[in-house]
Ligand binder design. Structure first.
Ligand SMILES: Cc1cc2nc3c(=O)[nH]c(=O)nc-3n(C[C@H](O)[C@H](O)[C@H](O)COP(=O)(O)O)c2cc1C
Length: 453
């Protein structure tokens, strides 16, 4: 049988009333001002994504805010609770929740995701993050956030424990046979008895397997440690890319790290998050892009938000016209270090003051995907064919642009066979072309019986 052609995967990322750099999105009269906590708005959005045959909706999250946080962060729904509502309002859409390994326990998290997987008939996914918002520590009984090595070591062990718990029951564990009064076959229930550096978990988990076996593991983190974690456990990778070349370099790097671990690189789907701007003509699209970026500008907000990658270090204490304070980098070990390093390098290489750094980061600049619908379809196809991505996590911003993407760009991609017209499967795994992981205990028994032959 010939292999089906590789097809582009589509994810929808939403920041409701406005995420970082979108403090004024909520002024858009088409968007409910309470979008981030309005379940009916999310349901409508999920149905629209499903009509356009998107593979998944992606819910980002964090656990720390200040008064300077963007509108969506100030007041938003908890991902699993939200996705449970979307699970019963949709049929095919994958439901991916961002949940941190730094401020959760594997048993609770594995249970919630497995429950969502059953409720949705095999459509749940987990975006594994280690948290870059250092302040979250104070909400979870800790004096300070974990350093990078601890964060990522804990993250790896956390995922492995969750996957172990998801194998607690084999597929045939519940005969539920009234005639013999047999509800459970105890030989198909397994304890984990994990004793590791960060967690001790006996198991078994009290939720059975779903049609996709286990929730799909996504991972987001760009440092060396982040990439290694993604290459080891990620089935989907959430990232960002500023140019085709950068996208290609990341893609090649993460796939080769996975191959070096003996994994099939096709079993890891790279999906950068992207903003897209569509106009009637290419020139009009660039105008729309510029207008939307200008409308988002606010120097004071940008100065406050600059602190986020540096563990919310307060840059307002410095002279705006003095050189960028490189010493702030010391705080990034407990923040978003990769991002902080990029900002500090930019300021150093261009000899920028603090004011110029803020301006450089927030000034309008052309993005890779902007143009008339056919141009945008060409740009996306070039990235896909050029192996800079396997899928696109489309950042939903204004309702008008979201509509144009679904109604004008996706049909061109479908016409060209770049995206499919119908869902391949009822599960997220099936639609992403990922294999169902075999239960380890079933596999062990199969191995043992083969050896006896
Ligand atoms: C594209 C992308 C998306 C991310 N989304 C989230 C998120 O929603 N919530 C969160 O707490 N951390 C998120 N992270 C943060 C990572 O889990 C990690 O803590 C942070 O990026 C710092 O690690 P790094 O230097 O390895 O990137 C994201 C990272 C990337 C690269």
């Amino acid at each position: 049988m010939s292999r089906p052609a590789r097809q582009l995967k589509l994810g929808a990322v939403t920041m409701g009333a406005g995420g970082p750099g979108q403090h004024y999105l909520w002024l858009d009269p088409e968007l409910p001002a309470d979008a981030s906590v309005n379940v009916n708005w999310y349901i409508e959005l999920a149905r629209q994504a499903e009509e356009a045959r998107f593979d998944l909706i992606f819910i980002v999250d964090s656990q720390f805010i200040t008064a300077d946080s963007p509108p969506h962060y100030l007041n938003r729904l908890e991902p699993i609770t939200l996705l449970s509502a979307l699970a019963v309002s949709t049929e095919h859409l994958g439901l991916v929740a961002t949940m941190t390994t730094s401020y959760n326990d594997p048993f609770n998290l594995a249970r919630r995701l497995a429950s969502l997987d059953l409720i949705s008939g095999g459509r749940s996914g987990w975006n594994v993050v280690t948290s870059g918002d250092a302040g979250a520590a104070a909400n979870f009984s800790r004096d300070e956030h974990f350093d990078y090595d601890t964060r990522y070591a804990r993250g790896l062990e956390f995922v492995q424990v969750a996957q172990g718990l998801w194998d607690s029951y084999e597929a045939d564990a519940f005969p539920r046979d009234r005639a013999t009064r047999t509800f459970l076959d105890p030989s198909r229930q397994h304890q984990l008895n994990h004793k590791g550096e960060h967690f001790q978990v006996a198991g078994p988990l009290n939720v059975s397997r779903s049609p996709q076996g286990q929730p799909v593991i996504f991972q987001a983190g760009d440092s060396e440690q982040g990439r290694d974690l993604g290459a080891q456990i990620g089935e989907g990778i959430f990232t960002h890319a500023a140019s085709l070349e950068q996208g290609q370099a990341f893609y090649a790097d993460i796939k080769s790290r996975a191959a070096a671990r003996g994994r099939d690189p096709d079993h890891l789907v790279v999906m950068p998050g992207m903003r897209v701007y569509i106009g009637d003509t290419d020139a009009e699209a660039r105008e729309i892009e510029r207008d939307l970026q200008l409308a988002a500008q606010d120097f004071d907000q940008a100065l406050a938000e600059l602190g986020r990658p540096f563990a919310w270090h307060d840059f307002r204490q410095y002279d705006l016209d003095a050189p960028f304070p490189q010493q702030a980098l010391a705080h990034a070990e407990r923040g978003f270090r990769t991002n902080a390093e990029k900002i500090a390098a930019l300021a150093r290489d261009r000899d920028l003051t603090l004011r110029q750094t803020v301006e450089a980061l927030s000034s309008p600049r052309p993005t890779p995907f902007a143009g008339a619908p056919a141009t945008v379809a060409d740009q996306i196809t070039a990235w896909f064919d050029g192996r800079a991505l396997d899928g696109l996590n489309y950042h939903i911003a204004t309702p008008a642009q979201w509509r144009r993407f679904r109604e004008e760009v996706v049909p061109i991609l479908a016409e060209r066979g770049v995206v499919r017209r119908e869902y391949d499967s009822a599960t997220l795994r099936g639609n992403l072309g990922l294999p169902v992981p075999e239960n380890r205990h079933t596999a062990a028994r199969r191995e043992a019986s083969l050896q006896k032959i």
